[in-house]
Ligand binder design. Sequence first.
Ligand code: GLU
Length: 473
Amino acid sequence: MSSIEGEQFSFFHGVERNFEKASRFTNISKGLLEEIKSCNSVLKVKFPVKLGEDIQVIEAFRVQHSHHHSPCKGGVRFSEDVNQDEVMALAALMTYKCAVVDVPFGGAKGGVKINPKNYSVSDLERITRRYTAELYKKNFIGPGIDVPAPDYGTSAREMSWILDTYRSLNPQDINASACVTGKPVTQGGINGRAEATGLGVFYGIREACSYEEDMAKIGLKPGVKGKEVVVQGLGNVGYHAANFLKYAGAKLVGLIEYEGGIYDPEGLDLDKVIEIRNATGSILNVDAPIKEENSTKALEWECDILIPAAKESVIHKENAGRIRAKIIGEAANGPLTPDADDILFEKNIMVIPDTYLNAGGVTVSYFEWLQNLSHIRFGRLEKRFTESRYHEIVSIAEDLSGKSVNEAARKLLRGPAEEDFVYSGLEETMVLAYKEVRDTFHAIEEVRDLRTAAYILAINRIGSSYTEFGIFP
Ligand code: GLU
């Protein structure tokens, strides 16, 4: 449970509310809907870690929301705000997210209740290794059981500690490297995973903005180019989403962090902002015409696209009425409460839901996991073959035409590398899933928003996996 404006709020109940809103548009039986909705396993542990001269007891969780596919999948977050309700909600969102993008995993999530900023690197290593050992003891980690990944407060570094700990406990497991994703590239990680969630956010927003009639409904022209964007949270997801949008021609007018936000109608230089913040500790030290110390208030800045990319429930019934964006792209998990959804609907604000928009991370985690299990790098078998075929075709064309291709064109004649597969697989996933969500939205008249459409798509997909494979006894 967390508190919004003094009121107790259950994030998990919020996810259940969204599920129920959608489930009445499916033909799935009441019992099966109940099974899909419930959290299958909840692990809560308290373990001691020796930090300095004393020991500290750390509280941590791992929730496996759904076992309809194996393994379960989802990140591990390190945050002081971690609690069981939050981890359950995030695990449930993983289930629906994987289903929306057709990634065959059940949903899971982990949380360690610490503020990583208060610990040294070696303390963090000890905590992460001990957490992994706890997961292992309870059968909550393994390439075919449950596969963690980075999330808020964790990165490739923590994943490398998880892998090493798991491997030391399972020296015989030749698939051990698939026990965790988001690893450093040198340790079985995949090129493109670090920026995957942000890149997925970009592809998703680009798709949503590409339909002329949808944009006309909210008073916008199609395309990302020229759109004014505000991003809240410049961590891994927010930074890369902002960066890809900038390359596509969007204007970053507002950037928000814990300590406040800065706004410039002429556009902000993302890398310069990061540089100044890293050097001085605050975004407010950047020279900008408008500054706001209250980062929640900054969410109310006028823009075309607002991207909350930090934590859940930042837009709720108290502030939703003051939001002035035309589109909200949910890069974070659960940044809008169900009450906020209702208010934003009345204001004709388009919401691109988390269950679709931030699925890029887990999609590329899926590619990483597949690569680990197949023990071969994508592209290794075909890269040279494809490359020499391209060269042969071009030289035949050159002979026939008597002309030769220039150097710039010749650069295109290379075969696909790992990163090319990752980018193309992610783009295909996000483009196809957007079409499916949008088609679901249009197929049922009473469905008012894309979130409900995404849930319907997910619930139907999960429901059919139960009957198709006879998992349900
Ligand atoms: N933590 C990310 C998410 O919330 C990625 C999960 C994964 O790759 O398993 O989607």
